[in-house]
Every structure is written in structure tokens, then in C-alpha cells.
Design a protein around this ligand. Sequence first.
Ligand code: PSV
Ligand code: MN
Length: 392
Amino acid sequence: MTSTAPDSRSAKAVLRTQRIELPSWAFGNSGTRFNVFGQKGIPRTPYEKIDDAAQVNRFTGVAPTVALHIPWDKVDDYADLARHAAEQGVALGTINSNTFQDDDYMLGSVCHPDARIRQKAVDHLLECVDVMDKTGSRDLKLWFSDGTNYPGQDDIRARQDRLAESLRKVYKRLGPNQRMVLEYKLFEPAFYHTDVPDWGTSFTHCVALGPKAKVVVDTGHHAPGTNIEFIVASLLRADKLGGFDFNSRFYADDDLMVGAADPFQLFRIMHECVKAGALRPESGVAFMLDQCHNIEPKIPGQIRSVMNVQEATAKALLVDQKALEAAQQASDVLGAHAVLMDAYDTDVRPILRDMRTEMKLDPDPMAAFARSGYAEKVAAERVGGQQAGWGA
Ligand code: PSV
Ligand code: MN
């Protein structure tokens, strides 16, 4: 029987067009609630964060946009920041909102019982859309730390009503080419209930809002053992997957490099994306990283993460879809599983090295970055000033 397996050439053609967005905050100092660890050469301004992100794109060739977090990346002149990004070969991407780092939000933001605080949060979200107008960004990313710590603390249903009303106000403000993407998270910082804890809640609100509202799947925001690829498949089926915040977890929201904890899971997620055609830019699915590197150097941490996504994608592209479908139709349980595992077990690193060479990149981005001397250069130059951190 002749093989119907996709060859490495067709996989490379898709991999070349893959786009992975980088989070500006991944380049700042990070840590846990126990300590934020300072590293040498950390950017002091959004401009310097963009310079660092541009290095990741320079060595991987597939990370040409940088997501901003407001107010962490607030600047006087966004057109100037966009110009600076373009000079570095990248562009500004998703605008992430922040309604979690203000004393007023202790009991919530858009779900808060006090109308004044809800309005303050909505005003911030509207300000983020103003920023999007200036940066030309398509997506407003919403994540709410809202929830309660104790049963009875607030009315769960009333909070959902407040959430719906606040979201409606922001949705109305979106331009024709703008979207809002609503991220869910099981728990933390609230420990009893969270107002957007799961994809069902996010989905329900997005459906009620309309076609410009989509769900974001942050891979770190699930209970252990959750079948994330099922969620991805379901959202893709309903045309409601706005994108990913990629990272990985062993325990909770660990924010480790994507694919580090469970590369098989990442492959299974990418398999659903490939099957649904979600890698095509027209699909509107944004592949973003959302990681805080606590102990590893930032730029190599991001390069490694991009490579991990590429490797999972390459394996997913190698799945023999025709053979898989035939085995599934024939109720051949082990045959179908074997088709999937054949792709997963393929060493795709030579394919990616080839592709990089064809793209006039170094086949080994980690080594090439280390050799470039950039890390030593910024460590020597970036002396004084306030290093960016998670929250600045
Ligand atoms: C919340 O845990 C989250 O995943 C949201 O995306 C925030 O904006 C981001 O982390 C900040 O790192
Ligand atoms: Mn996230």
C-alpha cells in the first residue's frame, strides 16, 4: 500500500507560515509571591522589551508580533512604539487588560458589587480599545481575577449579570476589525469561586455577545487531568476559539515553558488545530505565549518555547490524516492510535533545522542566540533605571 503520510516538504511549507505571538511581560523580571528574582540585562522600558522580543523573532523567524499588557506597557506615544517595533522587524499584537493590580479590585472588577468599581474596570477596558486603535491591534484580551474566597461572600448569579453587562459595554465599543477574547481560569487569586472559571462560562458569554467575542484557552488554567484538546476541538467546531495563551503546568498556573511539562498534550492540541485548519491566518486563532520565566533567562526561554510549539506543530502536521480516518471508520482502535503515535514519535528536529536553513536562519536558534553576544551586550548596557517586572 502506498503511504498517504504527509511528507516533510508539505509540513515545512505550513511551518514557515506559522505565527507565534510573544508576551512583552516574559522579558521582565518574574517570580512567585515569595520572591521576584532579578536578572542582568532586563529591559527597563516597553521599548527595550520589544528589542528583546525582536531577538526571538530574529532567531526563529516565526514570532513577529509582541503582545502588550496595559498599564505595564503604557507609553505616551503608541505610534512611536509601533514604529520602533517595525524598525526591529516586529509588530505590536494583542492588548492585554489588567483589572487585577489595584486595591479597588480586591473584591473583583467587572463583577464587583460596587457600580463605581465596575465602571472603573470598564473604563480601563475601553482605554485598552483606544490603545488598540493606535497600535492597530486586532484583539483585546480579557482575564478577570474576579471571584470570592468564601461561600456566601457575594451572590454568584448577580456577579454573572454584572459581568455580562460590563462585557456588553466593551463589546459595543469594538471597531469592525477588532475582537475581544475572554480567558478563563479555574482558580487563583480567588479560591472559592471564580467568575470565569472554565470554557463553558467564557463560551456562554461570548455567544451572547456576538461574533467578535471569542474564548482564549490558557493551557495552564485547568484542573489536573483536564482534556484540553477536547475543549479546543469543541471551540473550533463552534468557531469560538480566539486563541491560546501557551505555557505549561505541573500543578496549578505554573507558567512554565510551553511543552516542557507535557509535550504530548501540546501535540494533541496542535493535532486538533491542524485538523480544523486553525493554523491558517484566516482562521483567526491567535497562538500566543503567556509565560513568566522565573529562573531561566528570558530570551532563550522564549526561543525554546517557540521551538517547542514548532516541534508539536510539525508532529501534528505529519499525522497521516487519511490513514487515521480510515482506521477510525474501520473501528480499528489500535490502528488509529498507532497512526497518531507514529507522527508523535517522529523526530521532527531535522525538518525544522532544514526549514530554518531554507529561511536563511541558523538551524539551531538557541546556540545562535548564545553566540550573538546580545545577552552580554544588554547586561553591560542596561545599568541603572528600573528593571521591568511582573507588574511594571
Ligand atoms: C492570568 O493568570 C494570566 O494568564 C492572564 O493572561 C494575565 O493577563 C496574565 O496571566 C499575566 O501574566
Ligand atoms: Mn494567560
